[in-house]
Design a protein around this ligand. Structure first.
Ligand SMILES: O=CN(O)CCNC(=O)c1cccc(Cl)c1Cl
Ligand code: NI
Length: 183
């Protein structure tokens, strides 16, 4: 099973690379990797397993965080309306987004960042994502608010972008124009 040992931290080159598209249909190896990633995210939210294996809780993980140059990510979370998002996604692409922005009022965190980085992370309020799921289905996701933020955090990892790259250096805590909090 994946544990924090496999998560690469700031300074590892994989976190600043643009990850390569993954061949479809998924090879057995890539299917196993993505399945393990999804299980890792679920385990990280399980009180017993997270304590037993010292897992930091997360709502998603991207392959570059395992040092893998592959455009794959896994998420497991409920949005604020209780809608469950729990799957692995391959070659996700944001095909459109709103002008309006949103942000999580308490900022963001990252398993690859072993420190608190305070600040508002401006994100698109709505995004449309095309991807292939772990089961091989091509999907189009229309995401808004918290779900849109999580997917943008993960897709950023596939493009070598860290959440704090978006924080305004002069006024890290000032909400951006044309933005409303999603929480
Ligand atoms: O890339 C994934 N991680 O680093 C997992 C740890 N971070 C989180 O769960 C997290 C926390 C707050 C806001 C967002 Cl958007 C996310 Cl994603
Ligand atoms: Ni992260």
């Amino acid at each position: 099973m994946l544990t924090m040992k496999e998560i690469v931290r700031e300074g590892h080159p994989a976190l600043r690379e643009v990850a390569k598209e993954v061949d479809l249909p998924l090879s057995a190896e890539n299917k196993q990797i993505l399945s393990d990633m999804l299980q890792f995210v679920k385990n990280s939210q399980d009180p017993e397993l997270s304590e037993k294996y010292d897992l930091r809780p997360g709502v998603g993980v991207a392959a570059p965080q395992l040092g893998l140059n592959k455009r794959m990510l896994a998420v497991h979370f409920e949005d604020l309306k209780g809608q469950l998002y729990s799957d692995g996604y391959i070659n996700p692409k944001i095909i459109s987004h709103s002008v309006e922005q949103t942000y999580i009022s308490t900022g963001e965190g990252c398993l690859s960042v072993d420190r608190e980085v305070p600040g508002i992370v401006p994100r698109h309020k709505r995004i449309t994502v095309k991807a292939t799921t772990l089961s091989g289905e091509e999907v189009t996701l229309r995401l808004k608010g918290y779900a849109a933020v999580v997917f943008q955090h993960e897709i950023d990892h596939l493009n070598g972008i860290m959440f704090y790259d978006h924080i305004n250096e002069e006024n890290p805590l000032s909400p951006p124009q044309n933005a409303t909090p999603c929480d």
